[in-house]
Design a protein around this ligand. Sequence first.
Ligand SMILES: [Zn+2]
Length: 310
Amino acid sequence: MKLVDLHADIGYDVLQKKKEGYRDILKKFHVPKWQAGGIDTVCMASFFDGHETWEDMQEMILALKEEIASCEEIVLVRKKEDFSSPYIKAVLSVEGMCGIREQEETRIDWLHEQGIALASLTWNDENYLATGVKGDPNRGISEAGIRAVRRMEKHHMIIDVSHANEKSFWDIMEHTRGMVIATHSNARELCHHVRNLWDEQLSAIAKRGGVIGAVAAPWFIHENEEYWDAAHMAEHTCYVQDRIGVEHASFGFDFMDFFTGYEEAYVKGLKDASQAQNIVHELRKISISDTDLEKICYKNAIKILKTAFN
Ligand SMILES: [Zn+2]
């Protein structure tokens, strides 16, 4: 089954490896895994943890674009029709806009010009625009953050709320009518992690027509590490489907096999993108129909991503 991954920190990995002197990074390190795992479309995130400058942000985004342009197995999505390409589709995203410390509107314009289709205001940090899950719980988005999400809405850029704290989440919902999704978060009712979403948040995203990308990072799947496996990730997908409808379920795996220091932290059966079909096998076991499975695996995500290219 074809799969869409709504979140992979590929920009980050490309820049790290480029600095270490590697070339053909996507072709050597990522394409074989995507092909083995049936991953057809990847939202390739340029990830910023809170300390980076605007120039750092530009450097990573441009390095990623250069890599994509040099890789013949991948096409960069710039218009809706590109989703029909037989190659692996790369959708550009940004995780955390800490580098925007002024000129938020012209910098959002630059991101849009580069082809960024979706972005989150913050990672876990607290920045000029908004507050992530590790920031002050009483602080949400700033006035600049309001201008930023409205600018994103104007460009049809999708707003990712996966790392937003609760106050930022509800502020974003209040201040924009743009498309809001959670690219890589699970259900808080099943796993009480601050990065997972309460039922009211799931419903709010569904009301906007957005999707929730189930994440394969172990801590977001279960509080007990014995259950860090594909079957328990599938429970999150089923939960989202039951709560808010199958149209709102998808995947944002956030595989971390290429991050140093995370070698021991993985979900059994979903260690990296090459094993992604194991989540499909798990969902088949709980007799989800083929029609629903197609929606969860790719149709829902593609439908949403296309809105960024209107
Ligand atoms: Zn993340």
